[in-house]
Structures are given as C-alpha cells and as structure tokens.
Ligand binder design. Structure first.
Ligand SMILES: C[S@@+](CC[C@H](N)C(=O)[O-])C[C@H]1O[C@@H](n2cnc3c(N)ncnc32)[C@H](O)[C@@H]1O
Length: 198
C-alpha cells in the first residue's frame, strides 16, 4: 500500500503513533494498545494477500487496524464498544489517508465475524475481571460479562471456516478451541499465531 510521508512518520515508533492521539488517550497506550512491532508481525500473518479481511475484536483507538492496513494489502475492520475511541481512531485513519481500515462502534456480540478471514484478539475482556486495569468507567463491567463475551467469542471461533487465521496477544493457549493449531509464537509467547484446521 502507498503510504504518505505523514503516515510513515506516525508509524515509525510507538511514541510517534501516540502523537496522533489526545493526551488523555496517550496515557493508556503502554498497556492497552498493541505495540507496533507486535501489530506488524500479527497483521502480516493475518493478511497474507489482498483478499484478506481481518477483524480486531475490541479495537480501541484502532492502532492494530491502522498498522495492519499500512503494512499489508488486506482490509482491517475494528469493532469497539467505546464511542470516543471509535471517533478518535476514525479521525486518525482519515488523517493518515488509510483506505483499507475502518472502525465500527458497537459490542462485538452484535457482529457476525464468520465472513472475515482473520481475527485479532488482544485479551479485550480482561477489564471485566480486573477493574484496576479498566480503560475508564464508561461501560458496564462484570465477571458475568466476561463469561458472556468469552462464550460468544468461542462460539464464533468454532463457527469460522477451516483456514481462518487467528492472532492472540496476552492470551493463554487454554482459551483457544482445539480446532485451531498453533503455528508460531513470538515476543516471549505473548503473540500466538493460529490456523483453524478442522
Ligand atoms: C486491550 S484494548 C485493545 C485495543 C486494540 N485491539 C489494540 O490492540 O490496540 C481492548 C479494547 O476492547 C474493547 N472491548 C472490550 N470488550 C468489548 C466488547 N464486548 N465489544 C467491543 N469492544 C470491546 C475495550 O473497550 C478496549 O478498547
């Protein structure tokens, strides 16, 4: 994909990317947004060609989608429940002129993800278990919601076609259905790359 000089600059480091974001959002970056080197490796696995359609479940301000869209020929969609994050992310996408990325506002449970060829998941439901790690207090959080979201994700992953690619960050092996085969792991096993084989 053709990248403007501005896009190249913002994607040159995590610190440079943060400059796209309002200050109050930058303070969340270290913990809550995927580091660029991780995002690039995951995106290249998830989008090997121009037919790839990748969904980021819990996209935050769209860092993974933006990085993926800039370093591959695939299309990246993020679904995010916090409206302010979606607004910030879509503004950044527009500013950088990234054509193959978009953020949708909503709860991922309202979206059928089975038409996507690749799924990215950065342990998005964790804040329902550890409230100190919550991004803010703008959404409802509870262990019941964690269980509901995890069960829904499991169902969706099971329903995906054989060949679906999955990248997980900060997730244990036990949380992924057995029909996905682990192909690679990187960054001290924090990033795991999977393919659905049955
Ligand atoms: C750890 S952040 C990851 C952000 C992004 N994927 C990245 O890697 O930079 C997790 C995000 O998931 C969102 N999230 C959590 N549960 C969600 C749900 N049920 N539906 C949509 N978004 C959700 C949170 O609001 C948060 O922005």
């Amino acid at each position: 994909m053709y990248l403007t000089k501005e896009a190249k600059e913002f994607l040159s480091s995590d610190e440079a990317f943060d400059k796209l974001l309002p200050i109050y959002i930058q303070s969340l970056s270290n913990i809550h947004w995927t580091p660029l080197n991780v995002a690039l490796m995951a995106a290249q696995f998830l989008a090997p060609d121009a037919n790839a359609k990748v969904i980021d479940i819990g996209a935050g301000i769209g860092k993974f989608c933006i990085a993926g869209a800039c370093c591959t020929k695939g299309t990246f969609t993020g679904i995010e429940q916090r409206k302010n994050f979606v607004t910030i992310g879509n503004k950044a996408i527009k500013k950088l002129g990234v054509a193959n990325a978009e953020l949708l506002h909503g709860n991922f449970t309202e979206l059928d993800i089975t038409s996507y060829t690749g799924v990215y998941f950065y342990n998005s439901f964790h804040e329902n278990l550890v409230f100190e790690d919550a991004l803010d207090n703008k959404v409802e959080m509870s262990t019941e919601l964690y269980e509901k979201y995890s069960a829904h994700l499991l169902n969706q992953l099971n329903a995906m076609p054989v060949g679906t690619r999955l990248a997980t960050f900060w997730l244990s092996v036990t949380e992924i259905p057995g029909c996905y085969k682990l192909k690679e792991s990187h960054f001290n096993n924090l990033l795991k790359l999977w393919v659905k084989e049955s």
